[in-house]
Write a protein that binds this ligand. Sequence first.
Ligand SMILES: *Cc1c(COP(=O)(O)O)cnc(C)c1O
Length: 413
Amino acid sequence: MVLANENYIKTPDSYYVGEIEKSINAYKLLHPNEKIFRMSAVSPFMPLPHDAIEAMHSAVDDLSTAENFKSYGPVQGYDFLIDKILKEYRSKYALSFDRDSVFINSGSTTDLANITNVVSGDNIVAIADTIDPAYENTTVLSGRAGKLKNGKWGNLVYLKCDETTNFLPQLPSERVDIIFLSNPNNVTGTVINRSQLKQWVDYALEYSSLIIYDASFQEFIKDDNIPHSIYEIKGAKKVAIEICSFSKSSGFTGIRCGYTIVPTDLQAFTVTGKSASINKLWKKLIRNYTNGISYISQRGAEALFTRKSKNEISEFINYYMINASMISEQLKSIGCSVFGGQNSPYVWFKIPDGGTSWKFFLHLLHNFGIVGTPGIVFGAGNDNFMRFSGYCDQTDLKTVLTTIKSNFKKNKF
Ligand SMILES: *Cc1c(COP(=O)(O)O)cnc(C)c1O
């Protein structure tokens, strides 16, 4: 008899995510001729940069000849791509790493989940409360979360991150071993600045904790006082893993490619106090779990670093960020409290009059065909909030904003 891993049974399927789709489908059936305005997208929709398309075509050509055929590649990734990443960190942030520190990944999802395998199950894990549910879910799947009580897992430390803290996670009052930080936060669009991030790095140095730094949205950061990489903070190479992705900036959501930096200085400890290089443990995991990332994806990713691609990518990002700023301005002008939207495509806002998010979601959908992401999706504590995303068509957005302006009076929905 095969026994199930019950951690997988314990992890809840998100109820509201299913309900959102059901509600949209029901609306479509009732209003087949009405347009739906999706303000809830979590990924870009523009086509890939031209050079990346060319590079992937030519990678396919490579595979079609015996001389250039590629079998398994290096498990950590091809040097042609790792070199580009190292060069980018040197020129943009004046940071250098051993080549061994960079691992090409298949997007950040896999590595964010796998990272929990190279450290002991006895570690205390801290996550911000409000943050992407993925970190909580993978911690539950890994068996570290304990028992669920009132919507919270007993062994997880939830870092206060709500309206009272401007949706910035607060340092824990107790010792924690592993801290997930997402900067920008992909729920609220809020960002941790340099001096705040220094407090996290200092905390981790003091307690020998590990920070798993999700930088999936680093390309959207515009303000000088917000770090793009955690390694811009002194000492971070001793305490942090940085996980990056080409998905959200360059449309690689379907291609699947990114990179993870596991500095060679990073140490974990055995129960007897001996140190173990996390980089070496991680290499073992990658060798046994993945066998590397597709050659075609890596050639495509390499081409994201050409001048032409960089210009195209920054144009895409500008487009999404103009949308985010239009959303923020309109919501502010009708009196909403607004978070994010400046260094992230997401705008997180409070529903006026104490409105709750599921009711508000249905109100927007049924009356105007507008789809937002209700805060309840991210936990009961966020039920007075909604998220709109800048990943939307600008012409549609103008219609949405006019609708909001003419239907919602100051502070009243
Ligand atoms: C989208 C997203 C990911 C996952 O992206 P991949 O496509 O797997 O690279 C991870 N973290 C955050 C914060 C995200 O928004």
